[in-house]
Design a binder for this molecule. Structure first.
Ligand SMILES: *Cc1c(COP(=O)(O)O)cnc(C)c1O
Length: 375
């Protein structure tokens, strides 16, 4: 251990960093591992970024709008169709939704005030908690992946983080179930809706009745802006005030604010992108269901979670690993999560273009037909 490492706080020195999906730089990969959008953002985004930059970049001398105020107003307007009366007082913009999640954990979670989370869910949450030397209170799903309403409602956590639709399963939770949690849970209930644009329902209307509800959204997935880093929280103005006290004063840069405003200003374009991704997802679900005996969760996200079965009819962690490795050798990049029993025999496949999904399907065919290695 170097001198500087031994100076780090003990909980930081032993930290398990978040493992992001691989981002290969060489060509030839079919990249279905990080749930990015397979289509470009609205053409208005590049125009807006170039306009903001100007010919000489002079605008970059100046700090950005500290509260991202025009963007807050645009986000409030965007969600007024789910909840009339939402205003910029209900919105905080983050440097990606990961920034918002981090602010929530910094503001609400310590050793004494646990962060509640489900297993499985977005694997960043426990990392953010560890960075704060906090404690988690875990609620495990069973294989049905139905929401354990009573156990969440009874959680001692100060703040509970739920991903809906869930990652990596794609299973969405009905507002009726969220309401049952909110009827008795007294902590801060955070619903991470990164994938809600691909779902049939979202929890935004519940904000009107539950001041302890926070909804977290991102422009990384449905808006094809993972590279620009913009996400946001929707909540009661008092909670937004807490986030504003904790966040960096210039947490969203000028180019990102301009890009996000342009994206939100082109809803017709995104309705088209989302419809296309959903159609491709539903076709992928049919393809997987037609593979004899493969179990796949019903997905309301831009990915599917499936349990592969080899030529001998077997499932399990070794089978999933074999499929993952075969796909990797054929330059098809997907994700698998070996660390938990509920996920270890599954693969998560991001929804790509139709052409990418054909490559995936043909490579899965080849894997199924390849002689299985001896057990
Ligand atoms: C992708 C993802 C995020 C991260 O979004 P960013 O805005 O890119 O930081 C947050 N939550 C979940 C569940 C995600 O899948």
């Amino acid at each position: 251990m170097s001198a500087s490492t031994s100076l780090a706080l003990p909980h930081i020195a032993k930290l398990h960093a978040y493992t992001p999906g691989l981002q290969p730089t060489e060509p030839g990969w079919t990249k279905l591992n990080t749930n990015e959008c397979p289509y470009p953002p609205s053409p208005r985004v590049a125009e807006a970024v170039i306009r903001e930059l100007g010919a000489d970049g002079a605008a970059l001398r100046l700090y950005p709008n500290p509260k991202s105020s025009p963007l807050r107003a645009a986000v409030a307007k965007l969600h007024a169709r789910d909840l009339p009366g939402l205003t910029e007082e209900n919105v905080c913009i983050g440097n990606g939704s990961d920034d918002i999640l981090n602010l929530l954990i910094r503001a609400f979670c310590t050793q004494e005030a646990a962060a509640g989370l489900t297993l499985p869910s977005y694997s960043l949450y426990p990392v953010l908690v560890e960075i704060q030397d906090g404690r988690t209170a875990v609620v495990e799903f069973d294989r049905s992946m139905r929401l354990p309403v009573e156990r969440i409602a009874a959680s001692p956590a100060r703040a509970f983080f739920l991903t809906s639709p869930n990652a990596p399963t794609g299973v969405a939770f009905a507002n009726a179930d969220l309401e049952r949690v909110l009827a008795s849970y007294r902590g801060l209930f955070v619903v991470d809706e990164a994938y809600a644009p691909f779902a049939t329902e979202n929890a935004v209307p519940l904000l009107a009745r539950f001041p302890n509800l926070v909804i977290v959204r991102t422009l990384s997935k449905a808006h094809a802006l993972a590279g620009i880093r913009v996400g946001y929280a929707l909540a009661h103005p008092d909670l937004i005030g807490v986030l504003d006290r904790v966040r960096d004063s210039y947490n969203v840069n000028r180019l990102s604010q301009a890009a996000a405003l342009a994206a939100i200003g082109d809803p017709a374009y995104y309705d088209g992108v989302v419809a296309k991704v959903k159609a491709t997802r539903d076709a992928a679900l049919v393809d997987l269901t037609q593979r004899r005996g493969w179990f796949t969760y019903p997905s309301q996200a831009n990915f599917v979670f499936t349990e592969p079965r080899n030529a001998r009819g077997e499932t399990g962690p070794a089978v999933a690993k074999s499929a993952y490795d075969f796909l990797f050798r054929h330059q098809v990049l997907i994700r698998y999560f070996p660390s938990h029993a509920l996920t270890a025999s599954f693969l998560r496949l991001s929804v790509g273009t139709d052409a990418e999904m054909r490559v995936l399907s043909e490579t899965l065919d080849a894997w199924q037909q390849a002689p299985a290695p001896a057990p």
